[in-house]
Ligand binder design. Structure first.
Ligand code: CA
Length: 236
């Protein structure tokens, strides 16, 4: 089989000032047959983005010359390129999960480079579909999301979801294992949380579960975390 040339490989811009972390990511990206590009500052990354196109940006929040959130907004003002944040601080995660920033995903440091490349591939899959086969032959994910048609696929089957169910499930798919409180889910999924007090999160979770069980009767991936809320089981 012919090797992919550089022009065919997905171009991943890594904006990270810590050389060891940047190297680790670059290595993992390279292993996945994608092309790593590196900038140690927001300034350098900005210059690069004016000249070149990239398929995805991995963006450290703590950069020496500019806050990653501000930099993300600048990128968003001119491009829809997918962005994954790297963050070392818990309070930053809350801002990212609030999703006002325009990021597609985030990873909390320390993270596994392999998990990062899995997220990169998942995002590229839903943004433009075409990817070279992974060298490490990742298993197909349990869930995939088509944002264009607002469809969630569970084990390859399209689910018929209401808007609220779609938004809640899609949020949890992006953050497997993370526990979301009812308030967080409602805040995210409902445009006017107060207007829909009669349509509780619990009811929607219940119908979501039964829809997952029409695909797999043994499905238990949508978990109740008593006293906390709900989470999606992380393993495949
Ligand atoms: Ca940093």
């Amino acid at each position: 089989m012919e090797q992919n040339t550089d022009s065919q490989r997905k171009r991943i811009l890594i904006v990270e000032d810590e050389p060891a972390i940047a190297d680790n990511i670059a290595f993992a990206v390279e292993t996945e047959n994608m092309l790593p590009l590196h900038a140690a500052t927001a300034g350098k990354a900005w210059e690069f983005l004016q000249r070149e196109t990239v398929d995805l940006v991995v963006l450290d929040v703590g950069l020496p010359d500019e806050n990653g959130f501000d930099f993300c907004r600048r990128i968003r003002a001119q491009s829809d390129v997918p962005i994954i944040f790297l963050t070392a601080r818990k309070e930053e995660i809350d801002r990212i999960v609030g999703l006002e920033i325009g990021a597609d995903d985030y990873m909390a440091k320390p993270f596994s480079p392999r998990e990062l490349t899995a997220r990169i591939r998942a995002i590229l899959r839903r943004t433009n579909g075409h990817l070279p086969p992974s060298k490490s032959a990742e298993p197909e994910p349990m869930f995939s999301v088509d944002q264009k048609t607002k469809t969630v696929f569970y084990k390859g089957h399209a689910l018929e979801l209401s808007r609220y169910e779609f938004r809640m499930l899609e949020l949890m798919i992006r953050h497997p294992g993370q526990v979301f409180s009812r308030d967080q889910l409602m805040e995210y999924a409902w445009e006017e949380p107060d207007a829909s007090y009669d349509r509780t999160v619990d009811t929607h979770i219940k119908t979501l579960r039964s829809k997952l069980r029409t695909v797999d009767p043994d499905s238990d991936c949508l978990q109740t975390r008593r006293g906390f809320g709900y989470s999606l089981r992380a393993e495949k």
